[in-house]
Ligand binder design. Structure first.
Ligand code: SF4
Length: 157
């Protein structure tokens, strides 16, 4: 079942009810969801695996918990760092990773890696060659991870 932004226009208490209903139906009927959303906390709550997309391309793919705990792609890192924390002390200490500039037009994406004008680090290769989505080494080897970034190490790179 494709769920395209199913909770974005709802208030928080209704969002929780819809997420719980989806989880219940998933357990009872053995459903598989493709859950598309900008709310990372909701995505993490309902997903087994997460694919992070930037300008229409998957830039990181992996098990939900592991990906949220140790994101590798700079865009995923910025997204995770932007999620507010429920603990006020942790929230005050939270370090955000602001992205540079605006999202470019998908109809005329930047050359090479589409993320290069916005990322904190870009080398010459980033402006010339789009990185492929390849297996990446994760901290402690947890789960399988694929990342599209020239600067991430992995077995197939
Ligand atoms: S390939 Fe380069 S520009 Fe793209 S995410 Fe990696 S470091 Fe940033």
């Amino acid at each position: 079942m494709i769920c395209d932004e199913p909770i974005s226009a709802l208030d928080v208490s209704i969002q929780a009810q819809i997420l719980n209903l989806l989880s219940e139906l998933q357990r009872e009927l053995g459903l598989t969801y493709v859950f598309i959303a900008h709310d990372l906390a909701a995505v993490r709550h309902i997903s087994d695996r997460i694919a992070v997309m930037y300008l229409g391309h998957v830039v990181e793919l992996g098990a939900a918990d592991a990906l949220c705990r140790s994101p590798l792609h700079p865009y995923t890192r910025a997204l995770i760092a932007s999620v507010p924390l429920p603990d006020p002390r942790a929230e005050r200490a939270r370090v955000q990773l602001p992205l540079l500039g605006d999202v470019p037009s998908p109809s005329s994406p930047p050359s090479g890696c589409a993320f290069h004008p916005r990322g904190p680090v870009a080398i010459a290769r980033c402006r010339e060659e789009a990185p492929a989505l390849l297996s990446a080494a994760t901290e402690g080897g947890e789960g399988q991870r694929q990342v599209a970034c020239h600067l991430i190490d992995g077995p197939a790179r």
